[in-house]
Design a protein around this ligand. Structure first.
Ligand code: HAM
Length: 417
């Protein structure tokens, strides 16, 4: 018989792992809602053009990593490699710019990139992201960074580093590109074939290359922050001063350019020293021209996305979170007890209490073993004697204490535990 496996680089998220994910999603919703972000659910598939136009034709994502295929009518479809472009498409399509600015959204769901799988890098991975559209106010940049930090702190994560940069705008970038090209041109022969191509088509991407030789050759390259125009400089300075006001522990990294072309001005990354090579937990920045690029009115915007797999990995080892377990396991001996157990379970479950019962006639011993394996907090034992006396035995598995309660008191008893 053929046994099937999930595709390479694609994993199942099972219990108990899923509890960490659910907790992260719950905390994200709480924190982001306090900042006025509302959930938006965009589709997982979009026209391929959307990603080419936004992420950039000569980025790794578009050149090598997209799941792109024709649909039955021959249209080119792509499984979203990220969430910003779909949100911008949705914003423009639904004229959300007519509503009060800024509009603030959060989203979560799977993204797809055909990358080489490794620890912390998957072909289907999940992001929680936020996008705020409609103001260039640097206060918003500082505010969403501060929101991201609050979220990560709520999850008790430590050892994180917040790197920020400004990569300027279309006014100042040409000067920087020129300076970078002239620096690279002297040593272009030593760069990897990809960087040689980037030199022609998208020189900023050279700063993003992870090949050792290229990293060495880049040492001493001009810094984008020295080329910012007056407006971009002022914007960046105001972002930084507001981060200081908010007591935000940033580090400026002038080499950070990010792997997507839509960014303007502020960019940032949150990295963890506990994750190995794929150490970016979250990343984002401004994209002030993208809405216009998609046919909307000029609308500056800023956002970020968090990688769920990496975050869950960190959250798991921060051990501040108890995995949910059944509250009550009902063990029964004999058919009348089984029926009584089913009725009690129904009543408790109606109150939202997690109750497990036993199936297909097991001995009391094997039932208790199962309760143990499930880490149930209480076992309720029902046999013939209990039914005739109307009193049930309970045992708390966490400390071995035990007692008796009347059947009529069961609901009250467990509601208060
Ligand atoms: P990104 O840097 O491409 O940005 O991805 C954001 C985060 O998603 C990364 O920092 C990482 O945690 C996670 N991630 C990316 N690729 C993978 C992968 N193959 N496997 C596991 N995790 C991964 C964006 O996607 C932008 N849309 C962020 C943004 C929103 N900028 C503005 N708004």
């Amino acid at each position: 018989m053929t046994r099937y496996n999930a595709l390479k680089g694609i994993q199942d998220i099972l219990p108990p792992e899923i509890y960490f994910w659910q907790k992260i999603e719950e905390v994200a919703k709480d924190v982001f809602s306090a900042y006025g972000f509302q959930e938006l659910r965009a589709p997982i598939i979009e026209s391929t053009d959307i990603f080419i136009r936004s992420i950039g034709e000569t980025t790794d994502i578009v050149e090598k990593e997209m799941y792109t295929f024709p649909d039955k009518a021959g249209r080119s479809i792509t499984l979203r490699p990220e969430g910003t472009a779909p949100v911008v498409r949705c914003y423009v399509q639904n004229h959300l710019y007519d509503l009060a600015s800024p509009q603030k959204f959060f989203y979560s769901g799977p993204m797809f990139r055909y990358e080489r799988p490794q620890k912390g890098r998957f072909r289907q991975f999940y992001q929680i992201g936020v996008e705020a559209l409609g103001t260039s106010d640097p206060k918003l940049d500082a505010e969403i960074l501060s929101m991201l930090r609050l979220f990560l702190e709520r999850l008790n994560l430590r050892g994180l580093s917040y790197e920020v940069n400004s990569i300027g705008c279309e006014k100042c970038r040409p000067d920087y590109k020129k300076a970078l090209l002239s620096f690279i041109s002297d040593r272009i022969n030593g760069f990897c074939p990809d960087c040689k191509r980037r030199y022609e088509f998208n020189p900023l991407r050279i700063l993003d290359c992870k090949v050792k030789e290229c990293i060495k050759l880049r040492v001493g390259a001009p810094k984008v922050t020295n080329f910012l125009c007056k407006d971009c400089r002022e914007h960046f300075d105001r972002v930084l001063s507001m981060l200081e006001l908010l007591d935000f522990p940033y580090v400026i990294n002038p080499d950070m350019v990010r792997g997507l072309d839509y960014y303007t001005r502020t960019t940032f990354e949150v990295t963890s020293k506990h994750l190995g090579a794929q150490n970016a937990v979250a990343a984002g920045g401004r994209y002030d021209s993208l809405v216009e690029e998609f046919g909307g009115p000029p609308t500056p915007a800023v956002g970020f996305a968090i990688g769920m797999e990496r975050l869950a990995e960190l959250f798991k080892s921060s051990d501040k979170f108890d995995i949910p377990v059944p509250k009550v396991f009902i063990a029964t001996i004999g058919e009348p007890a089984e029926k009584e157990g089913l009725l009690i379970a129904k009543r408790l479950r109606e109150k939202g209490i997690w109750v497990e019962i036993v199936y297909a006639g097991h001995s009391l011993r094997s039932q208790l073993r199962r309760a143990d394996r499930l880490s149930a907090r209480y076992v309720l034992i029902i046999g013939e004697d209990e039914i005739s006396s109307g009193k049930l035995k309970w045992k708390r598995l966490t400390d071995g204490s035990q007692g008796e309660i009347a059947i009529s008191q069961v609901l009250e008893f467990f509601s208060n535990q």
